[in-house]
Design a protein around this ligand. Structure first.
Ligand SMILES: [Cu+2]
Length: 67
């Protein structure tokens, strides 16, 4: 993350929770949302914008899945 702290919120869930995210862009900018992880086991993962400048600017957040 280039040494910068994530500026997006941290989301939390528990294994087995039903989770729905609604992701939207505000304004005219293009963003490419990406969340890491394919199986929702417990763990700490990130989500971010796939546009490098945005990601390096802090458009990164944590997604914590707890047991
Ligand atoms: Cu972006």
């Amino acid at each position: 993350m280039g040494g910068r702290l994530p500026r997006a919120p941290t989301f939390r869930a528990r294994v087995g929770d039903r989770v729905r995210w609604r992701v939207a862009t505000l304004g005219q900018g293009l963003h490419v949302f990406h969340v890491h992880g394919r199986r929702w086991r417990s763990g700490d993962r990130i989500y971010h914008c796939h546009i490098t400048d945005h990601m390096m600017g802090g458009m990164v957040g944590r997604y914590l899945v707890e047991p």
